[in-house]
Design a protein around this ligand. Structure first.
Ligand SMILES: *Cc1c(COP(=O)(O)O)cnc(C)c1O
Length: 405
């Protein structure tokens, strides 16, 4: 019998009842309550949320033109910064944590810096205090990129609140999903007012809303073990057979970021699914704890939360393999096998080539340590659909690769 295809991350599956268009209440109000904040602002994607955040800061600090982000992050971040007419600067990573190198960050920050973007990659909690220290010293703002970290906490509060602005993604694969969606939040009422003003011009687009609603229906039907072979496994195998890892990882983005409102029906689907998110994250967190212990017993290096007081979320379990060779050998053998292996991102931003036109001065920034992370990271899906038998088989395979490295 063929085994079901595991999705690359632990997304929250939808239920039939989520699709019924009533009785859900407001997604914004329920997300705010769930996160323990006064208010959140919904946007049509995480990238669009970042653009609204950047535009609000451009109004507050009109003379500043640069945004500092980690060199290993989602290419959409670079596209959003360029679409706002701002210049990206890339910060190298620390060797011992998936965080911006504070020395490198300090060197990049200047009176041109508008914002610094500490990024909670793959649910791991980033060191926002270090970013705040560098940003504050030059009068810049901090935007927490928590696209992959809805539900993660730091010092008992949601991530996204230490910085001036935080945003989450509601895209497929990032946990709670409205197919595409974004959430903005800010601790200070004055910053919330600035975000409100920057997002006020956004209108509902009937065409985008129809398209996204159909896509969300497709997600509801196919995001299950029986549907994922066709919806995810087959296209993945096709990309891999062409040797196109950028497409296989879903890193192939178009330049133009659409901006429109998140429609009512999709909001109500999200609001109903949100009721199950805490229990789902409890389950995936428990699963991650057991599996991390097993992987470590196999001699594998698991990336953990490096910040004290952090409680991340676990869409994937991230491994740092001993070498690029060992990592790539695992991917060549098993990326297409349906076990849920994947890459957070294939490259550091300057190594894609296809994003060079939005990098500008960032092409000259130092990215050596980030490149080393990009070459050695491997993500194992933490979806509950990766059953114990297959996980044990995968762990055994990884152990033999590491032993021979
Ligand atoms: C996915 C992602 C984004 C963009 O979010 P979308 O909702 O997909 O637009 C931004 N930053 C990071 C780190 C991401 O992973």
């Amino acid at each position: 019998m063929r085994q079901p295809t595991v999705p690359p991350t632990a997304g929250l599956p939808l239920q039939l009842g989520d699709l019924w268009p009533s009785g859900a209440g407001s997604l914004a109000a329920q997300l705010a309550a769930w996160l323990g904040v006064e208010e959140v602002q919904l946007e049509c994607s995480g990238t669009s949320a970042l653009m609204v955040a950047l535009r609000s800061l451009q109004v507050l600090s009109p003379g500043r033109s640069e945004v500092v982000a980690p060199a290993y992050t989602c290419p959409l971040v670079a596209l959003a910064i360029a679409q706002c007419g701002l210049q990206l600067r890339l910060c190298d990573l620390r060797a011992d944590a998936l965080d911006m190198d504070p020395v490198c960050l300090q060197r990049l920050c200047s009176d041109r810096t508008l914002a610094v973007l500490p990024t909670h990659l793959c649910g791991r909690v980033a060191d926002v205090d270090a970013a705040l220290q560098c940003a504050r010293a030059v009068g810049a703002y901090v935007i927490e990129d928590a696209a992959q970290a809805l539900g993660a906490r730091s010092d008992a509060a949601s991530v996204g609140l230490k910085g001036d602005i935080g945003f989450f993604s509601l895209a497929v694969g990032k946990g709670l999903s409205t197919f595409e969606g974004g959430v903005l939040m800010a601790r200070e009422p004055s910053m919330r007012a600035a975000l409100h003003a920057a997002g006020a011009a956004t209108r509902l687009s009937p065409w985008w809303e129809l398209r996204r609603s159909i896509e969300l229906l497709g997600y509801a039907m196919l995001y299950r073990p029986s549907g994922l072979r066709m919806a995810y496994g087959k296209p993945l195998q096709k990309s891999l057979s062409r040797g196109d890892w950028v497409e296989a990882a879903g890193d192939d983005f178009d330049d133009l970021i659409p901006q429109h409102r998140l429609g009512r029906w999709r909001q109500s689907v999200g609001a109903k699914a949100l009721r199950r998110l805490a229990a789902f994250q409890q389950q995936t967190s428990t699963q991650a704890g057991l599996r991390i212990a097993r992987l470590q017993a196999c001699g594998l290096e698991v990336v953990q939360d490096a910040v004290p007081g952090a409680q991340g979320v676990w869409p994937v379990i991230l491994l740092r393999m001993p070498s690029q060779q060992a990592r790539d050998a695992v991917l060549r053998a098993h990326w297409g096998s349906g076990w849920g292996l994947s890459l957070p991102f294939v490259h550091v931003l300057p190594d894609y080539g296809r994003y060079d036109h939005v990098l500008g001065a960032a092409r000259g920034d130092t990215v050596g340590q980030a490149r080393d992370w990009a070459q050695r990271l491997l993500a194992i899906s933490n979806s509950p659909w990766l059953d114990e038998a297959r996980f044990v088989e995968l762990a055994g395979h990884l152990r033999s690769v590491v032993q021979h490295a």
